[in-house]
Design a protein around this ligand. Structure first.
Ligand code: CUA
Length: 255
């Protein structure tokens, strides 16, 4: 019966923790290539706070993953079978250790939960007096942007993407409504997405922090031409916004 010896050789075959370590280091390295960790550059101050939350969640998860994988690798290497069939010393547990590894995860989850709650509430509640209000209406299959205080309406049509023009660094309240089915207002650069639900009005507050033109989409399948329900957001200086609004309000339908 020489099988016991060969089994021992199999179990002590060269095993290196290099692979998991390399995977972890590589993952961290790739993630570190972009400090935004795959998220678009935020256009609004609300988006910036969401990016901060995303970073906190990511790096906490990465650190925990590294600790757990490191402990697993250490156990595998340190306590691997070494030719003897004797069991190692058996212990019956440790109350202090169990309290510690229960308390630490609870504390981590509590902190992340609080951060999520605050960020979510900041992103989804109207916290400031609006300097501009825009009624955003979704319909099959386009968008209408109405500026009730300026008498301006922008509506998209087939092959004609509507443009939501916003002034830089102003508090904007967007009131989202649908006249038919559920749509979803999604501007990746805002790092925020909100549904337009028939019979209800959803609101978001944004304060654009960067000028430029950004893509927007309907992010809820809403029928045949859902994929063409796109729009652009153009953030301009307050002076340029006033000029644009007055041109549009006096009946100019271009741009
Ligand atoms: Cu509207 Cu999809």
């Amino acid at each position: 019966m020489g099988t016991g010896g060969s089994r021992c050789r199999v179990s002590t075959a060269p095993w290196s923790p290099a692979l998991p370590v390399a995977v972890v280091v590589l993952s961290f390295g790739l993630a570190g290539c972009s400090s935004r960790l795959g998220v678009p550059e935020p256009v609004t101050s609300e988006g910036e706070s969401i990016l901060t939350l995303w970073r906190a969640l990511f790096w906490t998860a990465a650190a925990l993953g590294a600790v757990v994988m490191g402990l697993i690798a250490w156990c595998i290497v340190r306590y691997r079978r070494r030719g003897s069939s004797e069991l190692p010393a058996q212990s019956g547990g440790s109350i202090p250790l169990e309290l510690i590894y229960t308390a630490i995860p609870i504390a981590i989850v509590a902190v992340l939960f609080a951060m999520t709650l605050v960020t979510d509430s900041n992103a989804l509640t109207l916290r400031h007096r609006p300097e501009l209000r825009v009624d955003v209406t979704g319909f099959q299959w386009q968008w209408r942007f109405e500026y009730p205080d300026r008498g301006v309406t922008v509506q998209g049509g087939p092959g004609d993407l509507p443009e939501l023009v916003l002034p830089l660094d102003s508090v904007v309240h967007l009131r989202l409504r649908s006249v038919d089915v559920i749509h979803s207002f999604f501007v990746p650069g805002f790092l925020t997405k909100r549904d337009l639900t028939p019979g209800a009005t959803n609101t978001i507050e944004v304060r654009p922090k960067r000028t430029g033109t950004y893509g927007g989409h309907c992010a809820e399948f809403c029928g045949l031409d859902h994929a063409r329900m796109n729009f652009t957001v153009r953030v301009v200086s307050p002076a340029a916004f006033e000029e644009w609004a007055s041109t549009r309000a006096t009946g100019g339908e271009g741009g």
